[in-house]
Design a binder for this molecule. Structure first.
Ligand SMILES: NC(=O)c1ccc[n+]([C@@H]2O[C@H](COP(=O)([O-])OP(=O)(O)OC[C@H]3O[C@@H](n4cnc5c(N)ncnc54)[C@H](OP(=O)(O)O)[C@@H]3O)[C@@H](O)[C@H]2O)c1
Length: 246
């Protein structure tokens, strides 16, 4: 797909991987919908960067774990741009805030609603536009935790494994005109690592074959690649410095 002039919705683009990816798609000539839940300043910063590039941009506050807010988000996209071509389901709670054995039903449901049901509900809305115009791409943000049943985030890992299965199964359902894929990052030093000690940070890198962090831009490269490539569907691309190599 030629990305020039395409409308791209990136959920959770007020910081980290989502923010960098939004700016990268703007550099490719796309019109961008920036979404945030709480961090309005971060959302505005992303918009500022996109404005500097001279691209059209829409900023929308919406909690993807709430179906009514998802519908509101896509109504705003329709009003501003009339359509959308690419959906990147990136918003997520990045790990189990409360360890599984101590977690309440509400803790668990909040994470699953954001990380798995959010992409499902956003995709349903996006597919309506894509079916009407006869093409479109959905790219989900998974994680190494979706494949590697490790770490301490049981609910997060199960949700991201769900994202992988959702991506592959949906890819079959919406073929041949719409492609669905996922990008599974390894360790990317976003704000979620800010409070960790040097020893903890080093221990992540030790688990990778390349002995390095993955950058936000390197993850964005994979989103751009999948958005451009028309021959791939149902794939999960690992950008993980070799973490999942056995
Ligand atoms: N960093 C890593 O090492 C790593 C590794 C593997 C996978 N990932 C995945 O990569 C994606 C981005 O992670 P990141 O590290 O860049 O995290 P981040 O900097 O914390 O960004 C998370 C984004 O998601 C948004 N968000 C969270 N809950 C939301 C909700 N209910 N509705 C709408 N937006 C919501 C946040 O918005 P507000 O702040 O405005 O609320 C923020 O923009 C996630 O899917 C994560 O699971 C990250």
């Amino acid at each position: 797909m030629n990305l020039k002039g395409k409308v791209v919705v990136i959920t959770g683009s007020s910081s980290g991987i989502g923010k960098t990816t939004a700016i990268r798609f703007a550099k490719e000539g796309c019109k961008i919908v920036v979404n945030y839940k709480n961090n309005i300043l971060g959302g505005e910063e992303t918009v500022k960067e996109i404005n500097k590039l001279g691209r059209e941009v829409l900023l929308v506050q919406a909690d993807v774990s709430k179906p009514a807010e998802v519908i509101k988000l896509f109504k705003k996209v329709e009003k501003k741009f009339g359509t959308l071509h690419i959906l990147i389901n990136n918003a997520a709670i990045p790990n189990d805030k409360v360890p599984y054995l101590e977690a309440s039903y509400e803790d668990i449901i909040d994470l699953v609603n954001t990380d798995l049901i959010g992409p499902m509900m956003c995709s349903k809305e996006a597919i309506k536009f894509m079916q009407k115009q006869g093409f479109g791409k959905i790219i989900n943000t998974s994680s190494i935790r979706g494949a590697e049943h490790g770490g301490r985030s049981v609910v997060y890992a199960a949700s991201k494994a769900g994202v992988n299965s959702f991506s592959k199964t949906l890819a079959k359902m919406v073929s041949p005109n719409i492609q669905v894929n996922a990008v599974a990052p390894g360790f990317v030093k976003t704000r979620n690592y800010d409070k960790l000690t040097k020893e903890q940070l080093d221990s992540f890198i030790e688990q990778t074959y390349l002995k390095r962090w993955v950058t936000e831009d390197e993850v964005a490269d994979a989103f751009i690649f999948l958005a451009k490539n028309d021959a791939m569907t149902g794939q999960v691309i690992y950008v993980d410095a070799g973490f999942t190599l056995k």
